[in-house]
Design a protein around this ligand. Sequence first.
Ligand code: R5P
Length: 292
Amino acid sequence: MKPLLFSLPGNEPLAKRLFQKMPTELGQMTLRKFPDGETYLRLLTEVTDRHVVLISSLDRPDEKIIPLWLLAKTAKAQGAKKVTLLSPYLPYMRQDKTFHHGESISARHFAELVSGMVDQLITVDPHLHRIGRLEEVYTIPTTLLHAAQPIAKWISTQVEHPVLIGPDSESKQWVSEVAEEAGAPYIVLEKKRFGDRQVEVSVPQLTPYRNHIPVLVDDIISTAHTMIKAVEHLRQAGAKPPVCIGVHAVFAGPAFEELKAAGAGQIVTCDTISHPSNMIDLSDLYVPAIGE
Ligand code: R5P
């Protein structure tokens, strides 16, 4: 039987695209708040013996996790054969260590929570740093998809003479891959973070790339301060307005406007989190990952 897709609020466009691309069925449910703020859920499509796929990108996760948990548990309780979570953006991957005494390693606890909710997880370029593989914290099967090829394709068709720039050492893993796919040179900067919004990024050596268009590539743009610092250095060095590409358009508060004001050229993201900057469609990646 075809997989049965349930989309959490805001994820309906992705569910519809998948419905058009592969044999699936769109599940119906009622999800609303009781007057006291608790969640009411009723499945309107029979899930017994079905492969149920819950589509929920988990930016701003704290408000989404209870409805998702109820949906996963309800599908299981009503006889679903397998429950898959397709979460194009996987949150809580950055606090992966205790930096100060008493801090929670929330990456581990969030992974425990999700591993107890669903049978498998599909996601795109999670922030793997000190946790090198999802299997180190997730106890369910995980499928990790990469945005490098679609990003490289976008760069190849939209940017003449690009030089790719990764803003920190972690970014080397995806910047080098995107650069290879796009046949472009790349450089990687050094970053020091002093607080949520305080970062310092090393000055890029652009001398060999005077006639190139700088293209900053990072996995997450959250406060955008990482990109802003890199953009400022590039503009001070006389570079053309850099194209800024993020896989995950988190854009906390005024981050998008601040990045524009700092002198960014085009700001482009993949569609893992719905945002006006989404220009790179990743839905083709999900089709083989969902399977039957
Ligand atoms: C962390 O190292 C990530 O790869 C990004 O560089 C970081 O999450 C960006 O955060 P922000 O936009 O808040 O500087």
